[in-house]
Ligand binder design. Sequence first.
Ligand SMILES: C[S@@+](CC[C@H](N)C(=O)[O-])C[C@H]1O[C@@H](n2cnc3c(N)ncnc32)[C@H](O)[C@@H]1O
Length: 260
Amino acid sequence: MWDPAQYLRFGSERVRPALDLLARIPLAAPGHVIDLGCGAGNVTAMLKKRWPEADILAVDGSEAMLASARQMLPHCRFEVADIAHFVPARRPDIIYSNAALHWLADHRHLFPRLVSALAPGGFLAVQMPAMDRAPFRTLQQEVAKMGSWAEALSGIGRVQPILDPGEYWDLLEPLAASLELWETTYFQVLTGPDAVLQWAMGTSLRPYLAALDEPLRSAFREAYAASLRPHYPERADGRTFFPFHRFFLVASVGIERSRG
Ligand SMILES: C[S@@+](CC[C@H](N)C(=O)[O-])C[C@H]1O[C@@H](n2cnc3c(N)ncnc32)[C@H](O)[C@@H]1O
């Protein structure tokens, strides 16, 4: 289960890369925009603000996240769907996806399929965390294997890391009229005790916690929190530095492309 309140706890840090991605889409008046993995709808609201006339369809697999999004955005359409199997009813001018596609496996098929679904002249714009080698993520796996929770947590966690940038290039460049890839490290400054744990509880730690009952859940969460502290120490001012790497991809297709 996704929890919109926990996810939005660090709303401003999570919104910044969404805006940076949005800024790289040059279309002035797209007719149809899809927000894949829209979550609680706060980023969908930014799409609606930029393109008020567009038909915006926001797609997510979580009813809890969509319930929050629907309330905020009465003028957008919503669909509960698994992105792995989602096929747009009509070709979108933009497929936008912020911080969602890293939850899906098989990018070698998913990404070309999304580009192929675009209308002529359309754009695919994607941002994904690239934190697989950061202690924040590696410690989840390590701690999961270490305690009395190990059996319950076997098989939990990421399906596979995101691909290397060069692989996205090789997959999409033959299909694209333009293709832009970049990475950024956001130097995030979080507040509050065990702030990195709190961040993880809004996203990547959820599958682990969902697989455990009390008292194992609290014991696992505390062991993970303790393992994080040396890597992300709380400063004297109560703040915690949390460098966060993110990968971006913007691909467009030509206007001459035939509608297959
Ligand atoms: C970290 S949130 C990002 C939400 C939003 N895009 C944002 O930037 O705030 C990831 C979202 O992806 C959704 N998601 C993950 N895997 C999915 C899948 N296979 N199908 C549909 N939605 C999925 C989750 O339900 C969640 O709402």
